[in-house]
Design a protein around this ligand. Structure first.
Ligand code: NG1
Ligand code: ZN
Length: 533
């Protein structure tokens, strides 16, 4: 590392706070923003190393704490194909972030460089962005110091959404190749999505105006710019756009609020009309929740499971109509949090797999299908078209006009969907396309299946690491004996289901329960929580 003489001095500018242990978890590093300065510096160094390790391919860094409160922040790395950081590097990130002093940090770096055989003379290229959090600029400057310490070539994507940052990484790394993902700019992203949408929805199918809750975050900026590309083919009514109001981000609004409280954000009362569709983004616009009010102004939530059901059924139909049933196998990936009714609905139509919580698990499982649909119940998800499926779509020769139309739709969906990661904007267009084709309103969509009443609670425990699971987190293996007690309780509730797992993003254990009616679901959740505590 002698080739980088500024490294120690720059590192000294960003001392690690004592007594804090950082961990690169399912959402990268995420905690209260005031303690993250050293982490950002070190992530900058690590991103540069990862790029050098991959022969100068561009790595992404996103500074965000998503749906979490405004005073939190976080950072995650994006690999060259626009996907989440390779799991083996999560450990390196954790180790580097916890080195106590500059000397210890440099020592850990040297070990990593040795072990990975990293050629430090290679170029390093990094693109980074941040959400609207007030702590963003200072954290980004710590990141920039880390990148400068290794002489990385940098590109600042500015204030942007997590999915746009992922798009940029993939676009930059595929520029001018056969796999080109689009122009490597925010405009390129808008053009790609709007062009695909306009081919999928004809003028006479133009949907009624859609209310969009931007969570007072970056989604407001991006949706506003994007609206210009949609013209009159989809009218977005933007709400909760106060990105400069202190404390407003994700506060009583946004996708996480809607999912956890199962209520309309109070700010939308009187704004959303009965019969109208609305949707909520989260703070970095990678999650999407839909909802509508019925004629009696009753609120109905359409969550990630409902999106999966809507989209998967639509794609399966298109594949059949195109005559591609034997060549393109469509499958769905869910987690244990998926509503039991959605799993039943989907299983009757196509293969469904359950995996552990965390996008990386869902994403990888979805890659095993030709077309893999994955959505977390909380609204994070996408659809992946495998290279083989894309090849089939590109070369298939339809033999009837109906086949040809269905094929064209599938090709455009492949362009409309941001396949690097969940993307609220792209997923919103996808939903609008399906609703337009099916001539569904919110209530038609909602009635695909009826959600089982459910309840999610958090329990603060002395040590969440005591809780260990198997079978895609549906069974506890530790603490010993606890699962048997849960099973005993669950048996007493008709249609009951419950599981317990440690959170990967918060220092809590989560308890989920479903039952035949709401009060039983609540009761079961609280009784299981009582066992956990
Ligand atoms: P944890 O804290 O591990 O439950 C939460 C979400 C995940 C995922 C991650 C990453 C729930 C119950 N859990 O994980 O689905 O989105 O955050 O943001 O929603
Ligand atoms: Zn998010």
């Amino acid at each position: 590392l002698d080739a980088f003489p500024n490294l120690p001095a720059l590192c000294n500018k960003h001392p690690k706070p004592p007594q804090i242990r950082f961990q690169y978890g399912t959402a990268g590093f995420r905690t209260i923003a005031t303690v993250l300065d050293s982490v950002l510096f070190r992530v900058g160094v690590l991103a540069a190393l990862r790029s050098k390790r991959l022969e100068g391919r561009t790595i992404g860094v996103m500074v965000t704490a998503s749906h979490n409160p405004e005073q939190d922040n976080g950072v995650k790395l994006v690999d060259p194909r626009g996907e989440m950081l390779d799991a083996s590097w999560e450990t390196h990130a954790t180790v580097l972030s916890n080195a106590g002093t500059t000397d210890e940090f440099v020592l850990e770096l040297e070990k990593l460089v040795d072990r990975m055989g990293i050629d430090l003379s290679r170029p390093a290229r990094v693109v980074y962005g941040r959400d609207t959090r007030p702590s963003g600029p200072s954290l980004v400057s710590a990141l920039e110091d880390g990148l400068a310490a290794l002489g990385a070539e940098v590109r600042d994507a500015g204030i942007t959404t997590t999915p746009i940052l992922h798009y940029l990484v993939r676009a930059i790394n595929t520029l001018g190749t056969e796999e080109s993902y689009g122009e490597d700019s925010e405009q390129g992203y808008y053009q790609k999505l709007s062009a695909a949408y306009n081919k999928l929805v004809s003028p006479r199918q133009t949907p009624p105006p859609l209310l969009v809750d931007c969570a007072n975050g970056v989604g407001a900026i991006i949706a506003e710019r994007f609206a210009g590309y949609l013209g009159d083919r989809l009218t977005l009514v933007l709400e909760n756009t106060a990105i400069d109001t202190a404390g407003a981000l994700n506060n009583a609004c946004g996708a996480d609020f809607v999912k956890t409280s199962q209520k309309l954000p109070p700010s939308l009362v009187g704004r959303l009309q009965p019969g109208q569709r609305g949707c909520s983004f989260d703070g970095d616009a990678d999650r999407l929740m839909y909802f509508y009010l019925d004629e009696r102004s009753q609120f109905h939530m359409l969550d990630g499971d409902k999106i999966a059901a809507l989209v998967a059924a639509f794609i399966v139909d298109l594949v059949k109509t195109a005559g591609l049933e034997s060549q393109i196998k469509v499958g769905v990936v869910q987690t244990a949090y998926a509503n039991g009714a959605s799993t039943k609905y989907l299983s009757e139509r196509l293969p469904v797999r359950c995996v552990s919580t965390g996008v990386k698990h869902l994403h990888h499982a979805a890659e095993n299908f030709n077309v893999g649909v994955y959505f977390e119940a909380n609204g994070h998800g996408t659809v992946l078209f495998s290279p083989a499926a894309q090849e089939t779509l590109a070369t298939y020769e339809p033999s009837t006009p109906a086949q040809s139309t269905a094929l064209e739709h599938l090709r455009n969906l492949n362009l409309l969907i941001n396949q690097t990661v969940g993307d609220a904007l792209s997923d919103m267009l996808l939903v609008e396309v399906v609703l337009a084709h099916k001539t569904y309103d919110g209530s038609d969509w909602d009635s695909l299946y009826i959600d089982l009443p459910n309840r999610l609670v958090k329990v603060v425990v002395p040590d969440r690491n005591q809780f260990k699971t198997e079978d895609a987190e549906r069974q506890l293996v530790s603490p010993p004996g606890l699962q048997a007690k849960i099973n005993d309780l669950v048996r007493r509730y008709e249609g009951g289901r419950s599981f317990v797992r440690p959170s990967g993003t918060e220092d809590v254990v989560r308890v989920y329960a479903e039952a035949g009616n709401k009060s039983n679901a609540d009761e079961l959740a609280f009784r299981v929580a009582g066992l956990v505590y």
